[in-house]
Ligand binder design. Structure first.
Ligand SMILES: [Zn+2]
Length: 441
């Protein structure tokens, strides 16, 4: 048995309750006591943490990230230059980055070559170390594809995608993913078509419903990537349990959300990073306003959904070069404060308690209450005043995952270029004769 007693801190318990002075006792992987300062006692062997001047709060729950993507720079790289074994190996150090950013649980909806369940089982069985993980297998796509356009094959599988071409195939692959160990079925409801604006719904209602029915019959929930109002509406009607993005939703769709009990993970972080910093890293040049516009257009209705009690979750979309692991897991809460007008405390509840829905551990993780699992952060400062400190790893005095302190003393994991994994451009621009001559002059 191992005990950790945390005393003298300001407790944000994740339920939305006001911060209060409180001591917390952890015994193995369980919170066994929460009480007024000085009222909680521990055994002589207990590890004691003095949290005076610090905030004690639940570990963050990232409801949408991609742990097997290794911060890819392009879809080309993601679909054609990553082997399954290398994807699994790079995931191991990347899990440490996620943990060292205060994320003690996460949900990964779709994984390269379907390796997610193996990663989860390796964590659960102690083969590797990592946060609590719930996972999809691959994303189900129709032949129209997803956000990778024509890189998606007409049939079969590639990278994180499994193409389904009929209601029968939808049912077949939903069941197979469950057999292979998926905690969630992931549907890519919208896709981009060259020459068409925005993302379009590329599934029929019958196809969506077939997946939801087949999954629900086996007790597995369904999540869907929906970057339009229409797709969000039809997905909810078909029975989807967790909507990712829900971009440009209208009042009618918000009403549908309220009536259906669906949860929503808007995942603004990727867009916010593009809008604010895309130019600095040579991405999305000239499109900053478009991304900012998508956030603004969606935020107002998302706030209405929040006010009506729709559970809103925090997702970082980590796994891409614009959202590298370990750097942006607190950013969504900041966007919720700035764009939805939530208080920092409300945003923290979205990033902790509500996240338990995504990891299918409601009532087990996400709050500091007796009987919950022992995932606790001790933060230097008060995130209920300044939410941005949750993005600053240097402010995590202690990260406790499954009742054990995370060792953050070693160097940040890095690796050099893996042979064959990067796609290099021959040149950024065409070497025309005129350009060559102009250089000679
Ligand atoms: Zn995603």
């Amino acid at each position: 048995m191992s005990e950790i007693l945390i005393t003298g801190g300001r407790l944000i318990d994740g339920t939305g309750a006001a911060p209060r002075a409180s001591d917390v006792l952890l015994r193995d992987d369980e919170i066994v006591a929460v009480g007024a300062p000085g009222t909680v006692s521990a055994g002589a062997d207990a590890t004691r943490i003095d949290a005076t001047g610090h905030t004690v709060m639940p570990g963050l729950i990232d409801a949408h990230l991609h742990c097997t993507f290794d911060d890819v720079q392009s879809n080309d790289e993601l679909f054609f230059h990553r082997e399954a074994a290398m994807s699994a190996l790079t995931t191991v150090p990347n899990l440490q980055k996620i943990l060292r950013a205060g994320v003690t649980s996460f949900m990964d909806p779709d994984t390269a070559w379907g390796i997610g369940p193996s990663i989860r089982d390796a964590i659960d069985c102690g083969v590797i170390d990592g946060p609590r993980m719930k996972t999809g297998y691959q994303a189900l796509l129709t032949a129209v594809g997803g956000t990778a356009g024509r890189l998606i094959p007409d049939e079969g599988r590639a990278g994180y995608a499994q193409v389904v071409n009929s209601v029968d195939e939808v049912i077949l692959w939903t069941r197979r993913h469950i057999k292979y160990g998926a905690d969630w079925i992931k549907i890519h409801a919208t896709g981009s078509i060259p020459t068409r604006k925005g993302e379009l719904l590329v599934w029929s209602y019958d196809e969506l419903k077939a997946s939801c029915d087949a999954a629900h019959e086996l007790g597995v929930p369904v999540t869907a990537h929906c970057r339009s109002d229409e797709s969000t509406r039809v997905a909810i009607q078909a029975g989807v349990d967790l909507i990712l993005h829900a971009s440009y939703i209208t009042e009618d769709t918000v009403q549908l959300m309220i009536d259906s009990g669906v949860a929503v993970c808007p995942t603004f972080t990727f867009l916010a990073n593009l809008a604010d910093y895309g130019r600095a890293v040579g991405a999305g040049i000239g499109q900053e306003d478009l991304f900012r516009g998508e956030i603004r257009a969606t935020a107002k209705m998302m706030r209405a959904a929040y006010d009506a009690g729709v559970p809103i979750l925090c997702g970082s979309e980590s796994g891409f070069s614009l959202t590298p692991y370990g750097h942006w897991h607190g950013r969504e809460m900041e966007v919720f404060v700035n764009e939805l007008g939530l208080t920092p405390l409300e945003a923290i509840t979205c990033g902790t308690k509500n996240g338990a829905i995504a990891v299918r551990m409601e009532g087990e993780v996400g709050t500091i209450e007796v009987g919950r699992r022992a995932d606790v952060l001790v933060v230097d400062g008060d995130p209920s005043v300044d939410i941005t400190i949750l993005n600053d790893k240097s402010r995590f005095a202690h990260i406790i995952s499954k009742g054990k302190r995370v060792d953050t003393s070693g160097p940040w994991p890095t690796h050099t270029k893996i042979p064959g994994s990067k796609v290099a451009n021959w040149a950024e621009q065409s070497l025309t004769y005129d350009l060559a001559m102009s250089l000679k002059r």
